[in-house]
Design a protein around this ligand. Structure first.
Ligand code: CS2
Ligand code: MG
Length: 404
């Protein structure tokens, strides 16, 4: 029996930061929701959905998830890109939510059932000084985390990635126009071994330690960083250099056995085809919302599995709880899951998006609610309207625009 789509709507809310949600309702009264948030470019995806996708959804059979994915991907003629792929992802996740609700199953069951008991997540520790960072690592360990990302301010450098300004929790999209940060790579490269040494000396080698380079190095700088940190056995080094040129990673790989991770800004399997098939990375960090939904993420993960590459999905607070919920079902169901990023949302965001997923002892579980287990409180969402916010931009000390 077909299950035609009756209605689809975009909901934009700002419970502290902006989130875009697509809600699809079918004629039998079941609804599903998908995350469509693209940090700093929210309205581009909202307009894509409202003007170009929703009119084509009405009356379509909600059960035909793969066909709808192909229709939206091939049918647009213009392929890929973060706006298109986030919009497709929102539809895809909403349809998986509907199908799992109709089957009266938690989504991971529909995806083939669990491959593990729960999902290992990593937290963010940071500090203005190495001593603050060590304290932050200790606090996260007390919360149960077994894997922790470490970022600290670099002496003599105005702004480092991943460190909050002042005492507020780290949240980079804070400018009504983009804040300008100033960066110096050589100082960072000299500082990082000292940071890693301090962390390993205090916490030993059992704790999994991650670090994010946030695209700021050239390939040879990245190779030099990885080589200098290898002895500290990082779990991974993330986004060391941009990957528009996937070959750049071959150069890094020639110099180090430190595990490499990348992919949070990728939106299709073609962005990582060479990185994976030539085994230039160890973890692929694409997410449900920015890489075409569960349908496309399953394709990327299956491809990665052929080459011994594991997943390590992006899970920052600019991805809504809907993305987090969907990601946890995906993580539980695939064989080559590696780790999942976890940056907890604020209490207000959790209230706007009530969810079945839980955290305990460094592990997360998507819960047993039918569907992906995340909902939206539209009345509360409406009380927190959109506020324009930009991610920062980054310049070198001589004023050259760099990668943030
Ligand atoms: C980061 C993100 O979580 C990460 O690994 O790189 O916080 C990233 O800076 C933001 O998602 C940008 O919107
Ligand atoms: Mg990152």
């Amino acid at each position: 029996m077909p299950n035609p789509i009756l209605e689809a709507r975009v909901i934009i809310t700002c419970p502290g930061r902006n989130f875009v949600t697509l809600k699809i309702t079918t004629t039998d009264g079941v609804y599903g929701i998908g995350d469509a948030t693209l940090n700093g470019r929210e309205f581009a995806v909202a307009a894509y959905l409202q003007e170009h996708i929703i009119p084509c959804l009405i009356g379509r059979d909600a059960d035909r998830i793969e066909d709808t994915w192909q229709y939206l991907y091939r049918g647009a003629y213009w392929r890929r890109g973060p706006v298109t792929m986030s919009a497709i992802a929102a539809v895809d996740v909403a349809l998986w939510d509907i199908k799992a609700k109709r089957a009266n199953m938690p989504l991971y069951q529909l995806l083939g059932g669990r491959c593990r008991e729960s999902v290992t997540v990593y937290a963010h520790a940071n500090g203005h000084e190495i001593s603050d960072l060590l304290e932050s690592v200790a606090q996260h360990q007390e919360l149960g985390y077994k894997a922790i990302r470490v970022q600290a301010a670099v002496p003599g450098v105005a702004d480092a990635y991943g460190v909050p300004h002042g005492d507020k929790p780290y949240e980079p999209a804070d400018g009504t126009i983009p804040r300008e940060e100033v960066w110096n790579t050589p100082k960072y490269l000299r500082f990082m071994p000292r940071l890693m040494d301090a962390v390993r000396s205090k916490f030993g080698f059992d704790l999994a330690i991650l670090h994010d380079g946030h695209h700021r190095m050239t390939p040879i700088e990245a190779a030099s960083l990885a080589k200098s940190l290898e002895e500290f056995q990082p779990f991974w080094l993330e986004d060391l250099t941009p990957a528009e040129n996937q070959d750049a990673f071959r150069l890094i790989r020639q110099h180090t056995t430190a595990p490499l991770a990348i992919g949070e800004v990728f939106n299709s399997i073609f962005d990582c085809q060479k990185l994976i098939s030539e085994q230039l990375i160890d973890y692929i960090r694409t997410t449900i919302v920015h890489a075409g939904g569960i349908t496309h993420m399953r394709r990327i993960a299956s491809f990665a599995d052929l080459y011994g590459v594991k997943t390590g999905s992006h899970g920052a607070t600019d991805l809504s709880p809907i993305c987090m919920g969907a990601a946890l079902h995906f993580d539980l169901s695939i064989p080559n899951f590696g780790i999942q990023e976890h940056m907890p949302h604020t209490a207000l965001t959790d209230e706007v998006f009530p969810h079945a997923y839980t955290f305990a002892n460094g592990l997360m579980h998507p819960g047993e609610a039918p569907g992906h287990g995340v909902d939206i409180d539209e009345t509360l969402a409406a009380k927190h309207p959109y506020k324009r916010a930009y991610l920062p931009v980054c310049r070198l000390e001589d004023g050259t625009l760099h990668n943030w």
